[in-house]
Design a protein. Structure first.
Length: 140
């Protein structure tokens, strides 16, 4: 059931902006790729309090964060704020992967929530909607 729910969430995310294009016609492929990985691990935690998937997938999340952080930034988000968000996401995802075996379920949930919030800061910079960019994708 959880996997069906996750699939539905991904479809909804795509429908409400997961593949939006900017005025320049650009897409931020690495952001979209990270979004899929984050959703796979974050939503079971958020929706069901279940950390089992992230316990086995923290390395995958860290690899996706590293790939995103190391990719060239599109011009519209090539700034220090976005570089900081991506650096934090990379560092903290790596730390999570290295320490997840010794962390309590509650600590894992807190860290994943924090990582999800950092992800949204970068995503909101991309969509840059002054009227509620933070709310547009809040539940994804």
């Amino acid at each position: 059931m959880r996997y069906i729910f996750a699939t539905v969430l991904l479809v909804v995310a795509a429908a409400c902006g997961g593949n939006k294009e900017t005025a320049e016609g650009d897409e931020w492929k690495e952001m979209e790729e990270f979004h899929v990985v984050m959703a796979d691990y974050y939503h079971p935690i958020k929706d069901e309090g279940d950390v089992i998937l992230i316990k086995g997938g923290a390395d995958k999340l860290a690899a996706a964060a590293e790939k995103w952080a190391q990719a060239p930034l599109p011009a519209k988000v090539d700034n220090e704020d976005v570089k900081t968000y991506l650096g934090r996401l990379q560092d903290r995802s790596k730390t999570l992967a290295e320490n997840i075996g010794t962390m309590s379920d509650e600590a894992i949930k807190e860290e994943m929530t924090s990582l999800h919030d950092i992800f949204h800061q970068a995503m909101d910079a991309w969509y840059h909607s002054p009227e509620g960019a933070a709310d547009e994708h809040k539940d994804h």
